[in-house]
Design a protein around this ligand. Structure first.
Ligand SMILES: Cc1ncc(COP(=O)(O)O)c(C=O)c1O
Length: 417
């Protein structure tokens, strides 16, 4: 068929018109999103505060020193001389990057040694290291189960778990937070001969409460389900030498997959999944965020190795973290703060109002305290909170100062008597 050249020109013009209209529609739509600008204009925008110092219990922001109570570095190792030295040494020996995926040219002896140590640390046969914890959940939860299978997830699971199961073709069943009746109801909906994977946080990242693992394990046995536990906030905090929530409850062998990140107690960046040899073999060859993404840097990997040494050899850090945690939990309860069901160094101070949460974060900053606001979609709109978190390197004096400052600001807003 011979095409009329004029119709080609018309088609081209029509296409250009459509695509320029699309651009306009997109820009129009995005311009309506102005919540950040409004918070900035009100002087309560709480994000992207620029830190000009190292990550320690005291940080410098806009020339002002503030106490850091918003960090995930529960053992305070980001500034430890041995961890820093290990990262520098690895950079000297291996360079700054691996220039490829683990699958092809990006595997170092450092990665493999760390995998062996981590598997042993959490009591599993094998492990693989990813470039971030987010990528672990994305790449693991999305690829283990098939179309006919089920993923059961707690409504307060971390965003990376949710993104992981969004990519999966399995049926997803949400259960109420840490509610065993709700989990059992969902398990009853599953076909008995299909794979069922329960995915949960060991310690919930925003509210600091601990998963009811003994009962989840019992239900998994009753319904022949598998379990994956995200230990992002459990490692370094709970269990023998900080081995995590599964170790704490003595259920490491009943849990099928244990996930961890390096961005919290391990003072670095990256993450891992540990399991039996067959599961890890499957993931090693099928998990897309592992295969199609560059491996983590020599410095980041070596820092984790050094942090693990410290975790194993300096139990006094975890002891001090727990001493501070128990003191802070009592302190906040005595003040009259609503702190939910936490029993860990993550302490939610419920505000239940978006703008007031931002305002209080601002006022606490002015009083020399850095804390994080947690608002929707990280929590339900009525559950907004201030996330207060402890590090093993905090002093009693720093904590007392924070408790007093928080008491003052909360009283001013009539949140406490
Ligand atoms: C429970 C949980 N899982 C996974 C992640 C993701 O880890 P990473 O920061 O290493 O990407 C986080 C980080 O915030 C988390 O809190």
């Amino acid at each position: 068929m011979i095409t009329n050249p004029n119709s080609l020109i018309k088609n081209k013009q029509a296409k250009e018109l459509v695509s320029s209209d699309n651009m306009k529609l997109l820009q129009e739509k995005l311009a309506k999103y102005d919540a950040p600008q409004k918070a900035m204009a009100a002087g309560i925008y709480p994000y992207f505060r620029m830190i000009e110092s190292d990550q320690d219990t005291e940080v410098q922001i806009s020339g002002k020193k503030v106490l850091m109570f918003g960090s995930n570095s529960y053992l305070g190792l980001t500034n430890h001389p041995k961890v820093k030295e290990a990262a520098i040494e690895a950079t000297r020996k291996y360079g700054t990057g691996c220039a490829g995926s683990r699958f092809l040219n990006g595997t170092l002896d450092l990665h493999v040694q760390l995998e062996e140590r981590l598997a042993d640390f959490v009591g599993k046969e094998d492990a693989i290291v990813y470039s971030t914890g987010f990528q672990v959940n994305l790449g693991v939860v999305s690829c283990l189960t098939g179309r006919e299978d089920y993923i059961l997830w707690d409504e307060l699971d971390h965003a990376s778990i949710i993104e992981g199961h969004r990519l999966s073709y399995s049926t997803k069943l949400k259960f109420k937070h840490n509610d065993m009746e709700s989990l059992e109801k969902q398990l009853q909906k599953c076909e008995p001969d299909k794979v069922k994977l329960i995915v949960i946080d060991g310690v919930f990242s925003m509210e600091g409460d601990v998963a009811n693992l003994p009962e989840i394990v019992a239900l998994s046995k009753k319904y022949n389900a598998s379990i994956m536990v995200d230990e992002a906030h459990g490692i370094g905090v709970l269990g023998k030498q900080g081995r995590g929530t599964c170790n704490h409850f003595g259920v490491s062998q009943d849990v099928d997959l244990i996930m961890g990140t390096f961005s919290k107690s391990f003072a670095s960046i990256g993450g891992f999944i540990a399991s039996d040899k067959d599961t890890i073999n499957y993931l090693r060859h099928n998990s897309r965020s592992y295969i199609f993404s560059a491996s983590n840097t020599p410095a980041a990997t070596a820092a984790v190795n050094a942090s693990l040494d410290i975790m194993l050899n300096e139990p006094e850090r975890i002891e001090h973290l727990w001493k501070l945690t128990n003191y802070a939990l009592d302190g906040f309860r005595n003040i009259g703060c609503e702190i939910g069901n936490t029993s860990t160094p993550i302490i939610p101070l419920f505000i239940r109002n978006n703008d007031l949460t931002f305002l209080i974060v601002r006022e606490l900053f002015d009083a020399g305290i850095f804390v994080n606001p947690v608002v929707s979609p990280a929590v339900a709109p009525d559950d907004t909170l201030i996330r207060f978190s402890l590090m093993a390197t905090h002093t009693q004096e720093q904590l007392d100062y924070a408790l007093e400052a928080i008491h003052k600001v909360f009283r001013k807003h009539k949140l406490v008597p």
